[in-house]
Ligand binder design. Structure first.
Ligand code: IMP
Length: 210
């Protein structure tokens, strides 16, 4: 049975883009979201083989250190013609400098080397894990499908947003406002982004005042 949640929650991410999106998503629920960095929590090594296992690793580490529930996201871009890469290595493709201009170039070069032709099918995945200080954890997954476009378009959002064109849209995530990308529809129909879709599943199961 899912455990209901109220009060304080640590957001177990050191990624400013994800933190901003999670804060926006949580804002209607009266949950005080504290960033892992504000508490000086260390970033655990992401040694899992899947998005879910890495999200659980991050959420458990943060809940254990902070002694309050923690929510973590592990996400990435999976490109069909690259056998799912960069996948769980999406952040690593940007190197220590977190240079996503370089990471998007790397994707383009890998597609060229693989002789991939348009449309370049891809999807984003977000696994959200909620963990409690006693180690109990639940996870939720969201995906959004689309294709990749080069050169990158738009400077909104973060990471690989400028090359991702979601199915049914003519603008990339990099050209969309936060509200368009991850706003939760009032009628509770599916949101657009992978993280917002995972969040909807999490909110249905765990948030109380909705
Ligand atoms: P991690 O989950 O911290 O391992 O990092 C996942 C990486 O995937 C991020 O650093 C981004 O580069 C990429 N990513 C995940 N979600 C998004 C998104 O919504 N837009 C663009 N890039 C994303």
């Amino acid at each position: 049975m899912p455990r209901l949640l109220a009060g304080k929650l640590v957001i177990a991410t050191h990624n400013a883009g994800k933190l901003a999106e999670m804060r926006e998503l949580l804002s209607p629920y009266g949950v005080a979201a504290i960033a892992a960095a504000e508490l000086g929590l260390p970033e655990p090594e992401e040694t899992g083989a899947s998005f879910v296992s890495n999200a659980v690793i991050k959420a458990r580490a943060a809940a254990g250190s902070a002694n309050i529930p923690a929510l973590a996201d592990d996400s990435g871009l999976c490109v069909a013609a690259l056998k799912g890469a960069p996948g769980i290595n999406s952040a690593r493709w940007a190197g220590v400098a977190r240079d996503f201009g370089a990471a998007m170039k790397k994707v383009e070069q890998a597609l060229h080397a693989a002789n991939a032709r348009a449309p370049i099918r891809a999807h984003f995945v977000s696994a959200l894990a909620l963990a409690f200080p006693d180690g109990e954890a639940q996870s939720f997954e969201g995906k959004v499908f689309g294709e990749l476009v080069f050169p990158p378009r738009g400077n909104l959002g973060f990471g690989y947003d400028p090359i991702f064109l979601p199915d049914g849209f003519s603008r990339t995530f990099g050209e969309m406002t936060g509200h368009e990308k991850h706003g939760i529809p009032a009628d509770d129909s599916p949101a657009l982004s992978h993280r917002a879709r995972a969040f909807q599943a999490f909110a249905r199961a765990c948030l109380v005042n909705r």
